[in-house]
Design a protein around this ligand. Structure first.
Ligand SMILES: [Zn+2]
Length: 226
């Protein structure tokens, strides 16, 4: 039912980064462990990963590299923040979609909503500056999370402030503030925030996958990139 509401919340392709990027300038990428280009050495150096992505985009006449919903990644092996004693508890399944484009790219709200909460999440490999919006549509309440923002994005934000579809709500942060990643937006739908404010897991484990799959529907239901 909620999937249906989310699907109907937008009618066509609806961007959450710079509205001048055309739908045909989005390029799907594989960030899973199966992509052998992504060596641990590259992922340890955000500027090298960023250059890899920019080269890939240029070769494909594209502006935004995107993907990652329920993707299983080795990227998180570099940070203790995601580790566990056993493989099924290890957090390596990505729960949102990532949109890789340069720092300072504008971030837009796809829907009517209001500011639920925001904070800077400072663990290594975490979101850095993070914003969560609340949306109330057709009697349903759900949330959207925007991670890896610039610090300036959170200045002058007020809990409860209204946002409109297409409104610029933030900008992408550089590696120095975004948890030490190549610049990208982490966009995630979250039905129940489970008491969280300004934060919510963006990566789950095999043990928790069924729970998160239901609580965090596919972001592409709203974005309609493909
Ligand atoms: Zn992400």
């Amino acid at each position: 039912m909620l999937d249906d509401i989310l699907h109907k919340a937008t009618r066509i392709f609806t961007p959450v980064v710079d509205a001048t990027f055309l739908q045909e300038e989005y390029f799907a990428i594989d960030m899973s462990s199966a992509n052998l280009d992504l060596t641990m050495d590259m992922l340890a150096k955000p500027e090298v990963h960023h250059q890899y992505l920019q080269d890939l985009l240029q070769r494909n006449s594209a502006k935004v590299a995107y993907g990652g919903y329920l993707e299983r990644r080795s990227l998180y092996d570099r940070s203790n923040y995601f580790q566990a004693k056993d493989d099924k508890g290890k957090r390596n399944i990505h729960l949102g979609v990532d949109l890789w484009c340069p720092a300072n790219t504008k971030v837009l709200s796809p829907l009517n909503g209001k500011v639920h909460s925001f904070q800077i999440n400072k663990n290594f490999g975490d979101y850095g500056p993070t914003l969560i919006l609340q949306h109330d549509i057709s009697g349903y309440t759900f949330h959207t999370l925007y991670g890896h923002l610039s610090e300036a994005s959170l200045e002058n934000k007020v809990v409860g402030q209204n946002v409109h579809p297409g409104e610029v709500i933030a900008a992408l942060g550089a590696s120095e503030v975004n948890g030490e990643y190549a610049p990208h937006l982490h966009f995630q739908i979250i039905v129940d925030l489970e008491g969280n404010h300004g934060d919510y897991p963006g990566v789950g484990s095999q043990n928790t996958l069924e729970h998160y799959r239901v609580n965090c529907p596919n972001p592409n239901l709203i974005l309609k990139i493909d």
